[in-house]
Design a protein around this ligand. Structure first.
Ligand code: ADP
Ligand code: MG
Length: 624
């Protein structure tokens, strides 16, 4: 994807060495790491040849164990073996009340409202637990790839909010991983299947994992995936299928007394093994050891399993129906359905999902690995391993184009993804009395502050007549021609004074940087709003301060007595101090307060100027 920017002489596009980057699927029950090696994305295995790292961390007084060993310990040591920590990421204590029934840990509230988990090694936060998992994956990658990692793409559910994404980033930082970007899990799955190479299309990503079900509808348009809608059930997954099977086993046992917790755990483990085996076998033997030397043996066959799981899978399809409706499309509009998550190995699940979406689901990539594979492909692109020839032609503006306005804010003129050629105009005005020129800065990016965007060009419009602030009408026009050339012109409409600049396109920013800038704008949306508010209030405060200072200079000695002058100067000083502190609300209040305090002075000045205007005129001129 090409980009509009001023060409940078000397910027080289010389071939470079292959750079090491990884993709990480940080899952609720399992996590994986993958990397592109010799042009192919591969899952990286641990020293015992295992791909999946159970997302479990066991804390003891002097040791932290991650993965299979921690999972094995979970039965005996549930309070210190932390599982499903992804559910806690970025959540405040009060949000966890609904989850508490499902989490066996002892939680407490820290000062900042961040929940902490009590373990034998002390209190740990969800971010710390996730960081242990990520660290393990980083070490695995470093061992396998044998070099320094440039960074990682880490996947998150599409519905993750800002806090949850931030928590994931923090965990990565704690694990010593440089995040290239966070990628939505469904987008990663689509990338793994190369759906981003299609021209466009709508795709459904059906992700049935261990504890959660997610359905996402993505629209690919001009190389950019847009999440049209997401849905699902955060409390429905393979574990629920296990519980349904376990309940069936208990029924078969015809026991009246309740089972103890340890037996219960063995039972669900046996149920899970049976379920997984039945994805490739027609029936399976189950044997359960009960306390006091008793045991139970039985057979579970595929038709029975099918009837046990059907109600739960139907529930996922109801979610799909709702989500398709939310996306404002019909099922027939959906081109492909990508299967993600271990539970989609079940042939029954594949059959029902295929019937629902009226298309053969995509299953050729291991559903456990597809997200990590997509993340690795993305990471490879982001570190610049893809040759330049892979860049798409510029047929849309990949990033928004805009202009700097007062306070360092960006006014977007041509939004990103606008098809070219395009021309858009917008009117601006002056900020100060008597202003006869202005400086224009053309910027590119999705952020609200100029300092967070890329500056493309600066030029000035000079020599228009002096007018009071807000009276000049300056028309700024942005035109992008079919070759991607941006032409910006500005004209003061009353006088016809104009200026213009040509911005030449070059191809310095790769997809990676574009994606980063897009991602940043999403990641910082909340922050930007705060910053925008603050800048707005600062601009307003400056206006009040400047106006009052100018007035005092002009006529304070004639119109104010010493007490009045002292009062106004005190209020002015107060606003100057508050303005420096960077609290938008306080600045607004102080500006208001100063304006109110100066009300009498403004009135007096107006009266005075009327009197002045009339001085020297005969009274009768003003009659009739
Ligand atoms: P998550 O994304 O939540 O970490 P996964 O995608 O790893 O979860 O999926 C784990 C679930 O997949 C478990 O419930 C597991 O029992 C189930 N699963 C794994 N293999 C199979 C299989 N062959 N058949 C059916 N279910 C399976
Ligand atoms: Mg998953």
């Amino acid at each position: 994807m090409a980009l509009l920017q001023i060409s940078e002489p000397g910027a080289s596009s010389a071939p470079h060495q292959h750079r090491l980057a990884i993709g990480i699927d940080l899952g609720t029950t399992h996590s994986l790491v993958a990397s592109v090696r010799s042009g192919r994305a591969e899952i990286l295995l641990d020293e015992s040849g295992r791909a999946m790292l159970p997302s479990v961390v066991q804390y003891s007084d002097n040791n932290i164990v991650v993965g299979q060993a921690a999972l094995d310990a979970a039965t005996e040591d549930p309070l210190n073996s932390i599982q499903s920590v992804k559910r806690l990421m970025g959540r405040a204590s009060d949000e966890l009340k609904t989850l508490s029934g499902r989490l066996p840990y002892q939680m407490s509230e820290a000062e900042a409202g961040v929940p902490l988990i009590h373990t034998a090694a002390g209190e740990v936060s969800a971010i710390q637990v996730s960081a242990e998992i990520l660290k393990q994956l980083r070490l695995r990658a470093e061992d396998t790839l044998g070099g320094e990692l440039l960074g990682a793409v880490i996947t998150v559910p599409a519905y993750f909010d800002d806090a949850q994404r931030q928590a994931t980033k923090d965990a990565a930082r704690l694990a010593g991983i440089k995040i290239l970007r966070l990628l939505n899990e469904p987008t990663a799955a689509a990338v793994a299947y190369g759906l981003d190479h299609d021209a466009e299309g709508i795709h459904a990503i059906y992700d049935l994992g261990g504890g959660t079900f997610d359905i996402s509808i993505l629209r690919l348009q001009r190389g950019v995936f847009e999440v049209m809608a997401t849905g699902g059930d955060s409390a429905l997954g393979g574990d629920d299928l296990d519980r349904a099977i376990a309940a069936w086993i208990v029924q078969q046992m015809q026991r009246t007394s309740a089972l103890d917790a340890v037996t219960e755990r063995h039972l669900t483990q046996a149920a899970r093994q049976a379920k997984e085996a039945l994805s490739t076998q027609v029936e399976v033997e189950i044997s359960i050891h009960l306390p006091a030397g008793e045991s139970w043996r039985g057979t579970l066959d595929q038709p029975t399993l099918r009837s046990l799981i059907e109600p739960l899978i139907r529930k996922t399809l109801s979610s799909c129906r709702r989500t398709v409706r939310d996306a404002g499309i019909r099922i027939d509009d959906i081109h492909d359905v990508v299967m993600v998550g271990g539970s989609t190995r079940s042939p029954d699940v594949r059959e029902w999902v295929g019937e629902f979406f009226k298309t053969e689901p995509l299953v050729s990539i291991d559903p456990d690995q597809v997200v990590a594979i997509g993340a690795a492909i993305q990471a490879d692109i982001l570190v610049g391993n893809k040759p330049d020839s892979d860049m798409l032609l510029l047929d849309v503006t990949p990033l928004s184009l805009g202009l700097e306005t007062m306070g360092g804010l960006v006014e977007r003129i041509i939004p990103r993804n606008t098809t070219i050629p395009v021309a858009r105009a917008q009117q601006f005005t002056t900020y100060k009395d008597g202003q006869t020129g202005l400086s224009l800065q053309v910027v590119q990016g999705e952020r609200d502050l100029v300092s967070d965007c890329r500056s493309l060009a600066r030029f000035s419009l000079k020599g228009f007549p002096a007018m009071v602030a807000g009276a000049a009408r300056i028309q700024v026009k942005f035109e992008v021609d079919a070759d991607g050339l941006l032409h910006v012109s500005a004209e003061e409409l009353a006088s016809g004074v104009s200026a213009s600049i040509e911005v030449k396109p070059s191809y310095g920013l790769g997809d990676g940087e574009i994606e980063r800038m897009l991602r940043d704008s999403i990641d910082h949306a909340g922050e930007d709003m705060q910053a925008r508010k603050l800048r707005g209030q600062q601009v307003e405060a400056d206006r009040v301060i400047e106006a009052l200072q100018a007035a005092l200079k002009a006529d304070a000695d004639q119109l104010l007595n010493p007490q009045e002058l002292e009062l106004l100067q005190k209020e002015l000083q107060n606003l100057l101090e508050v303005r420096a502190n960077g609290d938008a609300e306080a600045i607004q209040a102080a500006s208001k307060q100063l304006e109110k305090a100066a009300g009498f002075y403004v009135q007096r000045r107006m009266d005075n100027s009327v009197r002045k205007a009339m001085a020297g005129h005969k009274l009768d001129e003003f009659e009739n």
